[in-house]
Design a protein around this ligand. Structure first.
Ligand code: AMP
Ligand code: MG
Length: 337
């Protein structure tokens, strides 16, 4: 199933992740800010243009539901940003022009229907700007379920061999791509070596005490106090890992962490679908489990937001029940708060 979709998605996310990495290295980053004060960069816009263009060519009838739109680029002060986006998109599509790029970006305003793609061009923009982790995240959703997910991770090495290469500061070797198709398993390959595909498998560790816990680097994105209470209730002794973006999901899938918890900073907060879709299928297909904080499966049938889900637990499976129980005792329910 989804063989052509997988090949296209893996191919374009690879190109996009290599491009994002080039942008990160070559540009002295001045970010623009969106009305909600979140940052937007050449990376977000160039990647969305590239992925949208390729998907439109291959699957013209599929809507794209993506994070960005072209409005920040249409402001007069965005001229230098626009020129830069054009320059980088042309590295992938040499014939691209400005109008094409703006309309490709705006394809991301598609309506989530029965079958659609969802994209976070740079998940972890704050990490991208800070030299931390970020990913290009693309998923195919059909009938409210993720069927295919791809994470392009320019700064995360997933194979042991690759981790060695990364220590030699060769970024092309250091990056990786992770992907999964429903019922077909999860895999990774070094970003620069498409042929070297190896299966991803979650950790088999069973003791909560030894569990390596992951959380957002940005403390404003989560309720740190509640997070700490849960970690304490679990009895986790290993130091927790702070990381931006769905690179965290890739870490769980690769067996380098047992548990990823996302406790929203305020009750009623709902994640965007593109912040969870690709990462969740990769964890599940690597043998792990993904639910919200109350044990409910993620429901991708509710539009651009995960309206029916509160936070996230992604685990190696064996530690999932212990995590849910620590949460039950450790966090406010939405009704109480
Ligand atoms: P992470 O690095 O795991 O915190 O995830 C990054 C994502 O968090 C971004 O792509 C945003 O969509 C999302 N985000 C931004 N601001 C917030 C916030 N205040 N609370 C929760 N998530 C946020
Ligand atoms: Mg994001």
């Amino acid at each position: 199933m989804w063989q052509h979709e997988r090949d296209v998605a893996v191919g374009v996310v690879r190109d996009a992740a290599v491009l994002a990495h080039a942008i990160e290295r070559e540009i002295d980053h001045a970010a623009l800010f969106k009305p909600d004060q979140s940052p937007i960069t050449v990376g977000d816009l160039a990647v969305q243009a590239v992925v949208a263009t390729r998907l439109a060519a291959e699957f013209p009838d599929d809507p794209l539901v993506a994070e960005e739109d072209s409005s920040p680029l249409r402001r007069p002060e965005a001229r230098p940003l626009l020129a830069s986006v054009l320059e980088f998109v042309r590295r992938v599509f040499p014939a691209a022009d400005l109008e094409q790029i703006l309309s490709a970006i705006d394809r991301g305003a598609g309506r989530p229907g029965r079958r659609f793609w969802t994209l976070d061009p740079v998940d972890g923009t704050k990490g991208f700007l800070r030299g931390g982790q970020y990913v290009v995240a693309l998923a195919l959703i059909v009938a409210g379920k993720v069927e295919l997910g791809v994470l392009g991770c320019p700064r995360l090495s997933l194979s042991a061999r690759d981790a060695l290469a990364a220590s030699g500061e060769s970024p092309q070797d250091g990056g990786s791509i992770a992907f999964a198709v429903r019922h077909r398993g999860a895999f990774s390959a070094p970003l620069g070596m498409p042929g070297e595909v190896t299966p991803l498998r979650v950790s088999s560790l069973r003791e909560p005490r030894a569990a390596r816990l992951l959380r957002s680097y940005e403390s404003a994105h989560i309720d740190v106090e509640a997070w700490n209470v849960i970690a304490e209730r679990l009895g986790a002794e290993a130091p927790s890992i702070l990381m931006d973006s769905q690179a965290k999901h890739a870490m769980v899938a690769a067996g380098r962490s047992e548990l990823l918890l996302r406790v929203p900073a305020r009750p009623g907060f709902r994640d965007k679908i593109w912040d969870q879709a690709a990462g969740s299928i990769i964890v599940e297909e690597a043998g792990g489990r993904v639910t919200d904080l109350h044990g409910a499966p993620l429901d991708f049938s509710t539009g651009r937001l995960l309206e029916r889900n509160d936070g996230l637990v992604a685990s190696n499976g064996v530690l999932h029940a212990a995590a849910l129980s620590a949460i039950e005792h450790g966090v406010r329910s939405e009704e109480e708060s």
